[in-house]
Design a protein around this ligand. Structure first.
Ligand code: 13P
Ligand code: SF4
Length: 382
């Protein structure tokens, strides 16, 4: 799903809307403090009509305005149960799409900057997934033998594909339960777009590596042979997160030399070797809960995005717990970083003025089957 595809209706709607909206340009000249005051003012004025959701990777200046924070699963649930007229999603595009789908279009879901995508989500698209499905179909009947499972970090059209083919969505916190459900129905799984979450989860379930194959979407038959597809339990899409691929086993080895009693915690989007060398693997929410429950004197090495780690480090310091970022290099999620106080102030002041800018609306023919796949996930992980 391309960014901004659903932001406006027809051309007539767009023109009418554009004439009423406050433009972004003056907001880009405001400093963060000025934005802070303006955001707080609109939040007061709109009261319960507005809810702001914030993913853990958001920068501090945005994160502090969120009414609810969480990982992808927690935020989808929060959106699904929201009564607010406006949901401003400080996260990335697929998260706002999910919020629109699970609320059935009854809430106005807004993404402050439409360029806030996810490079991993962009590694799979409907044309390539359909091609993959058809090519697998030359070897065996995929609708009989293969459950498509998409990580929530994907476009709404891929969730719709899963909904239409007996498949399901998963997040980093429920991938195991979802895969168990999938294997209860069919013998194989096609997992996209993140090979690492798929591999790490399948390994934890005891699936041997010889039965995991990597689908290279740029090669005929994914670079595989009919025989390897027949013997595979899981077909992993060759996608990855550009932030998490920065973390290396060598970073963990060094930490273990420096702090023999320290502990390592990683997100499952990390490579298999990194997850294997870690003491705990879990979603952003799990990382926070685990580190927060540790006692004074503990040293943690954390393999996930920098904004989360920096906030956790500052929170835990007074409690005598040390939190260290896994990579010696700075690696932010640059698309999460797109949401700045300027864009947040801009969308909020538009709401106050009666204009809805940057609304994310998934068309019903796509939303309906996507909802099927998302509802399956929410039921499995209830
Ligand atoms: P969580 O659902 O664990 O927050 O992960 C989302 C994500 O995009 C991690 O890169
Ligand atoms: Fe996507 Fe990776 Fe950013 Fe998560 S950290 S939103 S997977 S690019």
């Amino acid at each position: 799903m391309r960014l901004g595809q659903y932001a406006l209706g027809g051309i007539g709607d767009a023109e009418a809307l554009m004439s009423a909206v406050i433009k972004i340009d003056p907001f880009n000249l405001l400093d963060d403090d000025a934005c802070e005051t303006r955001i707080a003012k609109v939040r007061r004025l709109l009261g319960e009509r507005l809810v702001i959701l914030g993913h853990h990777y958001q920068r501090d200046e945005v994160f502090r305005h969120a009414d609810y924070v969480g990982d992808s699963l927690k935020l989808s649930r929060q959106a699904a149960g929201s009564e607010a007229e406006y949901i401003v999603f400080c996260g990335v595009h697929f998260m706002a799409e999910v919020a629109d789908i699970v609320t059935g279009g009854r809430r106005k879901v807004i993404l402050p900057d439409l360029a806030a995508g996810c490079s991993m989500a962009d590694m799979a698209n409907l044309v390539k997934v359909r091609k993959c499905w058809n090519e697998i179909g030359d070897v065996l009947d995929p609708d009989q033998y293969v459950t498509p499972v998409t990580y929530i970090n994907s476009g709404a059209d891929l969730k719709a594909f899963c909904g239409e083919h007996g498949g399901v969505v998963c997040t980093s916190s429920n991938s195991r339960g979802v895969l168990e459900w999938a294997y209860g129905r069919r013998e194989k799984v096609l997992f996209f777009p993140d090979q690492h979450l798929g591999r790490n989860t399948a390994h934890a379930m005891g699936i041997p590596h010889e039965q995991m194959v990597l689908w290279d979407f740029n090669k005929p038959l994914g670079g595989l042979t009919p025989e390897t597809i027949r013997q595979a339990r899981i077909i992993l899409w060759k996608g990855f997160c550009s932030v998490h691929q920065m973390f290396q086993p060598a970073h963990i080895e060094k930490f273990r030399r420096d702090y023999p009693n320290g502990k390592v915690i990683s997100h499952p989007e990390n490579a298999f070797e990194v997850c294997q060398a870690s003491d705990v693997v879990g979603s952003t929410e799990t990382i926070l809960k685990t580190v927060r429950s540790s006692t004074a004197g503990m040293h943690w090495l954390v393999g996930t995005e920098l904004n989360l780690v920096n906030r956790l480090r500052d929170e835990m310091k007074p409690k005598g717990v040390t939190v260290q970022f896994m990579s010696p290099l700075i690696c932010n999620c640059s698309t999460m970083f797109r949401t700045d106080p300027q864009h947040l102030a801009w969308v909020l002041e538009n709401l106050q003025a009666g204009s809805v800018v940057n609304r994310i609306q998934v068309p019903e023919p796509i939303a309906f089957p996507s909802r099927t796949a998302l509802d399956r996930m929410l039921e499995i992980s209830a």
